[in-house]
Design a protein around this ligand. Structure first.
Ligand code: UD1
Ligand code: UDP
Length: 354
């Protein structure tokens, strides 16, 4: 049996193509949901839209500090994995659910595969970086989205277990973007949720000041964490008063595709959305000073913004003014061909993990 451990919005999106590919090959699978994300629009909607069966188990770990989430997931997962004793555990991305999955499966000596392995920003203060380091080193096989992740895995002595498959989010994007849906007008799409951008009032204020300087309609499907932090810092009304900004609830993946396809620019701190910007043809301002998706940064597709630095803000505003939608044939292609799931399943068979 293969157990998928997931629990966050981006993990449901990464799970879908691999689940369907393994199902096609008749493998017995079990989905364990950690419960880290639990709102309908952060969890259930993705299972429905991406046609993934309801999780076999939900550990209901819920929210809390990093230690609380990680340990709650571990406690629930240990019991279940010990009962199931699967032949393989698959973990995804870089969240606390990924970390808990890695530690638990590893202590139970269950073989483990990491989808989206090898990603590094070389900033240990970034919570996701710690999770990736542990997940990669404990996993038996890594599936890398791009050449940069492969090289970075190699630098840490993991060359022999790392394989370039292309990005599994590209599979999901390609399979769901069949009708090339758009909303009726061109927009700037914004998402905002990372710890670096929500824990300090000054940082949140600097982002609000940046948004105020952007021209054109901005649509922001807001992560619950961001809304909560804005309210607790007394900044909610200030943000709401920006005339050209429309704040909406988090959207399902279909609506997200429409928004991305309608954007001439994406402003985000999301690892996933910043990469998807290149799939959808909208250049991206990435609001954390972290080295992600090196190739897209070098290609001038992603511009990194430090909203607290006036020079960086100036450069981002020029970038924003000049950004126009980019035709399919001119979009950078660093993340494979949309068949990562097939390659992952082939590799798992070839290396006798399944
Ligand atoms: C987590 C991941 C982050 C990833 C993101 C994807 C970690 C350390 N962080 O961040 O890497 O980019 O998921 O979206 O694992 N909340 C709700 N409803 C929900 C989920 C969360 O209200 O369904 C609120 C709670 O107040 C919670 C806060 O959001 O405390 C933060 O949630 P949490 O899961 O800790 O981190 P994310 O910011 O979602
Ligand atoms: N996403 C979505 N609805 C939203 C915001 C994001 O479907 O309202 C999708 C987005 O297209 C991407 C994934 O969720 O596929 C990214 O998740 P998130 O930004 O929460 O996490 P990260 O990638 O930063 O870990």
């Amino acid at each position: 049996m293969i157990v998928h451990v997931v629990g966050n919005r981006p993990q449901f999106i990464k799970l879908a193509p691999l689940y369907h590919e393994l199902k096609k090959r008749n493998y017995e699978q079990c989905i364990i949901h950690s419960g880290q994300h639990y709102d309908t629009n952060m969890s259930e909607v993705f299972f429905r839209e991406l046609n993934i069966p309801q999780p076999d188990l939900n550990l209901k770990a819920g929210s809390g500090s990093h230690a609380e989430i990680t340990s709650n997931v571990m406690l629930g997962l240990e019991k279940e994995l010990d009962k199931l004793r699967p032949g393989l555990v698959i973990i995804y991305g870089d969240t606390d659910t990924t970390l808990a999955g890695a530690l638990t499966a590893s202590k139970l000596n269950i073989p483990m595969a990491h989808v989206e392995g090898g990603v590094r920003t070389y900033h240990k203060e970034n919570p996701e970086e710690c999770n990736r380091i542990v997940a990669d080193h404990l996993s038996d096989i890594l599936f890398c989205s791009d050449k940069v992740s492969m090289e970075d895995a190699g630098k840490e002595g993991m060359k022999d277990k790392a394989f370039l498959t292309g990005d599994i989010m590209y599979d999901t994007f390609m399979s769901m973007n069949t009708e090339n849906k758009k909303v009726s007008e061109e927009i700037i799409l914004m998402t905002w949720h990372r710890q670096e951008n929500t824990e300090s009032r000054a940082r949140m204020l600097s982002i609000i000041e940046f948004i105020k300087k952007l021209d054109g309609k901005i649509v922001c499907p807001m992560h619950p964490r961001t809304q909560k932090c804005l309210k607790s810092f007394g900044l909610w009304d200030e943000l709401k008063s920006i005339g050209n900004l429309q704040i909406i609830e988090p959207v399902g993946y279909m609506e997200m595709i429409s928004l991305m396809n309608s954007a001439r620019l994406i402003v985000t701190d999301s690892g996933g959305v910043s990469k998807e910007s290149s799939f959808a043809g909208a250049k991206c301002i990435f609001m954390i000073d972290l080295d992600i998706w090196d190739d897209l940064v070098k290609d001038n597709w992603i511009l990194k913004l430090n909203p607290e630095d006036s020079k960086s803000v100036e450069a981002a505003l020029t970038f924003a003014k000049e950004a126009v939608r980019v035709d399919e044939c001119k979009r950078p292609k660093f993340y494979g061909d949309g068949h990562a799931a097939r390659k992952i399943a082939d590799l798992l068979e070839e290396h006798r993990f399944i």
